[in-house]
Design a binder for this molecule. Structure first.
Ligand code: CA
Length: 230
């Protein structure tokens, strides 16, 4: 039997959850719906999903709490999380990305938009797993084990920062514009704003610490990996 991608929907509003469930099923995905984070945790403990659609405002602990928890758990660390936010919560998008979400989608959204986002996170997940290791100066990245070290010290970073660094370290020859990075790193940038790139570059520099200077901002153009600085 063909493997259908498993989507865990964590949403306390039944009408939204039902609409998503029907649409995902219609588009060849296998959805499971729970209405709070505790039930989501139980579902994850039983079967690991391929994508988690996570509502921001949930009864009990918020979506941000669960995103942080699942990002720090080795079992769920690399499962893409797509945040569902209401229009009024738009200011909190950056906190959602900070908590480890891969992307967010604002309610109300079209089926087409939701499907594009889900396909995009699924696609992004696959190719990056097979990448080679690369060393520049004292910075070492291993695509197979998802480890990054600087001067022998292990560095922690989120999955999107890892993908961004992986791409930049493999393509040091030129400056990449934000839209090129969205295309190459995010895979499908139709619905993602360019400032999302800046948010992740900032987080990547923070994660790199001393080596953060290797990610160079080229004013008015974009970003480049500077292999001369270390
Ligand atoms: Ca809600």
């Amino acid at each position: 039997m063909r493997h259908l991608p498993k989507v865990l929907i964590v949403e306390d509003e039944p009408s939204i959850a039902e609409l998503i469930t029907v649409n995902l099923r219609h588009n060849g995905l296998s959805p499971t719906w729970v209405d709070d984070g505790e039930k989501a945790q139980k579902a994850i403990d039983e079967v690991l999903p391929d994508v988690i659609l996570l509502d921001w405002m949930l009864p009990g602990q918020s979506g941000v709490y669960w995103a942080r928890k699942w990002r720090s758990d080795p079992r769920t660390k690399s499962v893409p999380i797509l945040f569902l936010t209401a229009k009024s919560e738009e200011v909190d998008k950056v906190s959602g990305l900070d908590a480890g979400a891969d992307d967010y989608i604002t309610k109300p959204f079209s089926t087409q938009e939701l499907m594009a986002r889900i396909r995009s996170v699924l696609r992004r997940r696959a190719p990056q797993q097979a990448e080679d290791a690369v060393t520049i100066g004292q910075l070492h990245l291993d695509g197979a084990t998802h480890r990054v070290t600087f001067a022998g010290e292990s560095l922690k970073m989120g999955p999107t920062e890892f993908k961004l660094l992986n791409f930049l370290m493999h393509h040091t020859e030129r400056v990449h514009s934000r839209s090129q990075l969205l295309d190459k790193v995010w895979g499908d940038h139709v619905f993602i704003e360019e400032r999302t790139v800046d948010v992740h570059v900032k987080r990547l520099r923070e994660a790199l610490g001393e080596a953060g200077a290797m990610i160079e901002t080229v004013r008015g153009v974009g970003y480049r990996f500077n292999n001369q600085s270390n």
